[in-house]
Structure formats: C-alpha cells, structure tokens
Design a protein around this ligand. Structure first.
Ligand SMILES: *Cc1c(COP(=O)(O)O)cnc(C)c1O
Ligand code: SF4
Length: 361
C-alpha cells in the first residue's frame, strides 16, 4: 500500500489489488478474468492479509470471500441503482463535508480503504486517486466546522479514517478538540477488523483526547472477528473510546437469524454495542447483495424475542436521494380507532394497551 497512507508495511503478507493477484492466489478462475477486469475498472479492489486469512474457502459461499472478492454479478447494473445512492453530493457545502443534519457533519478525510467491500455505497468514489481530499480542501473543511456553531458532532469517515497514519490523523483530531462547540468525535472504521495490527499504541493515544470519542466498527459477520481484532478493541475501549458497530444486511452473507445472533453476541462480548443494521443501499452493481425490507424486518423480529437487548441494533434505511436514515421497523404498536393502542409481543400475540379513545378521540 502507499507509504503515504497505510500501515501495510506492518504486515508480512501482501495486499491483493489486481485480478492477477487474485488468480495467483487461487481465488478466481481463469475463465472469469476478462469479466472481472471489467468490474474492477469500475469499482476498486483490495483484500487485506487479515481478510485473506479469514476466508475459509475460495467460494462465494464464504461470507468473507463474498464481501471482498469481485463477482461478475457486479457488471449487472439494476435500473433503480444510483451513482450516489444516499445523496452525499446534494448535501456537500465544501469538499470533504456532508452536512445533512443540523447538529452533525461527515468529514471525509481520505477516499482510500484497506479493503474495498463489494457492496459499498460509496463504491464510485473510494479508491479513486482523483477523489482524494487535498490539504487545502481539508483546511477549508475544518474551517467550515469551526465557523458553524451548530456542529455538535463530527463524524470522520471516508474511505476509512483510520487508514491515515498517526502523523496525518493527529493534527485533524487536535484541530477538532480545539473547537469548543464540537463535543463528540465519531469515527466510522473497518480497520480494527481488516488490519487490526494498525491499531498501534500511537494511534490509540491520539484518539484518547479530551472530547468524547466514539468508534463505530463496520462488521458484518462473526468470521471477521479475529483474536487480533479482539485485542485491538480491548485496547481501544480501555482508553475510554466508546465502541459501537454497524452492520450491512447482505444476502448470503449474514441474512439469517442464527448468523446475526452470533455476530451481535460476539460484538457485545468484546464491548462493542450494535448500533445500526443497515438495509442495503442502491449502489450500482450490488443487487445480488440486497434483501427485501420484509426479510430484514422478519429477522429483527426473530432476534427481538430471543437475545439480549444489548445485542439489538436499530434496523435503518438510508432513503435514496439524501433524505436521511430512518428506522424501518418492525413495529410493535398499532393504533386502531376502536381499541386504542394495541401492542404486539415478540411472539406475535397482540395485547390491548390503553383505553379506547384516550389518544384517538
Ligand atoms: C449516516 C449519516 C450520519 C450519522 O447519522 P446517525 O443517525 O447520527 O448515526 C450523519 N450525516 C450523514 C450525511 C449520514 O449519512
Ligand atoms: S470499508 Fe467502508 S467505505 Fe471502505 S469500501 Fe468498505 S464499506 Fe466502503
């Protein structure tokens, strides 16, 4: 990986970044090479050594393989799919900033990631060199935050913000901690999963600052959680960084109640609280990953009645076009003019809650 950005030199084995790397590792067959070349001309490719090691078999039946190894199905662009599925562009006042909600902004500090997930909703931008934020743009973005007193929380994202070296991340965190109205710094990262050895003492000490720091770990399957990941999370939470997780619901990766149960329990057991379960975004070439909303709601229903409340994320949809994220159920409350509020229990039985007419009348 580029010496500018990465910690790849920490690892002994190599990143896989070309179709020939994949072929040489026995991960794709020769007959697919041309079609896969077409895929990665559109969407970046990178597999980290840790994710290569987490694959148990070289087949799309493996949840790690399916997330990171390109598939010819990505050449299929569905009609409803969008270049900018969640409307980042329409809410960007200056390069690097997305300001959709009044009290918080996204600050995209890099457009690179250690790995490229095949379902990524920013797949049109990540890993493209012409999309990298310049020093001047970063300076302007930080000024935008400093001059905007409504910004209570800054969410570092990208790309993956923890891909930045401590030398580059340090000054950004320092800059943010000096802004009085910024009370919370949140990072969205996959690094503790995909390159856990990058969570160095130096990096942890940069995050151990005088603001509340939340790290939202992107993790989709229990097979991603290695001993190195556990150790990285342990050191992060010992430094007072609050750990949450986000999971993308992905067909044939994690769309069973058993897989989600095991994933959420393993996360809670390493002190990571499941925050969001995302319904798949309408990114181009990802229809083979999407489930229906009905299937997602059914899965949430199944885990609600069986596992700890600590293990329950909120199931959300980012409304295409940039209209924001909303919970998409399931719902347990029904208001009916005759009976008032009625509540469904986790097992599907309906109970009356209040007096008819109290809220409807
Ligand atoms: C997802 C997102 C956030 C964070 O939303 P939360 O519900 O606070 O996690 C903020 N800004 C934008 C533009 C987003 O897409
Ligand atoms: S790590 Fe995040 S930003 Fe990077 S490719 Fe995966 S989903 Fe996209």
């Amino acid at each position: 990986m580029e010496s500018e950005e990465g910690h790849a030199s920490d690892t002994t084995s190599r990143y896989l970044r070309t179709i020939s790397d994949l072929a040489a590792s026995g991960l794709v067959s020769n007959i697919e090479l041309a079609a896969l070349g077409e895929v990665i001309d559109k969407f970046s490719l990178s597999v980290s050594p840790a994710m290569r090691a987490a694959m148990l078999e070289a087949s799309s039946a493996d949840p790690i393989y399916r997330q990171f190894i390109p598939s010819i199905e990505e050449n299929k662009i569905a009609e409803e799919e969008l270049v900018d599925p969640i409307g980042d562009e329409t809410h960007s006042p200056t390069p690097g900033i997305v300001h959709r909600y009044p009290d918080r902004v996204l600050l995209k500090v890099t457009n690179s990631c250690p790995v490229y997930c095949r379902f990524c909703f920013r797949r049109e931008r990540v890993g493209r060199h012409d999309e990298t934020i310049s020093k001047q743009e970063l300076h302007t973005a930080l000024n935008y935050i400093a001059n905007n007193e409504d910004v209570w929380e800054v969410i570092l994202t990208g790309g993956d913000p923890l891909l930045l070296s401590p030398r580059r991340l340090g000054p950004i965190i320092e800059h943010l901690t000096a802004i009085p109205h910024v009370k919370v710094i949140r990072l969205h990262s996959r690094v503790p999963i995909v390159t856990p050895q990058s969570i160095s003492d130096e990096l942890v000490s940069i995050l151990d600052c005088n603001k509340a720091v939340y790290l939202v770990l992107h993790c989709n399957h229990y097979q991603e959680i290695s001993e190195d990941t556990r150790e990285a999370c342990r050191r992060l939470s010992r430094s007072g960084i609050v750990m949450l997780s986000q999971t993308v619901l992905l067909r044939d990766v994690n769309d069973t109640a058993a897989d989600l149960t095991r994933l959420f329990r393993e996360l809670v057991a390493i002190r990571v609280k499941p925050y969001y379960l995302h319904h798949g975004d309408l990114a181009r070439g990802t229809s083979h990953f999407r489930t229906t909303l009905e299937a997602g709601r059914q899965l949430m229903r199944e885990i609600r009645g069986t596992i700890s409340g600590l293990c329950q994320p909120t199931y959300v949809l980012d409304i295409p076009g940039g209209y924001g994220k909303v919970p998409v159920g399931p719902d347990y409350l029904v208001l009916d003019a005759q009976h008032g509020w009625r509540v469904e229990d986790p097992w599907g039985e309906v109970h009356e809650y209040d007096v008819p007419g109290a809220e409807t009348g």
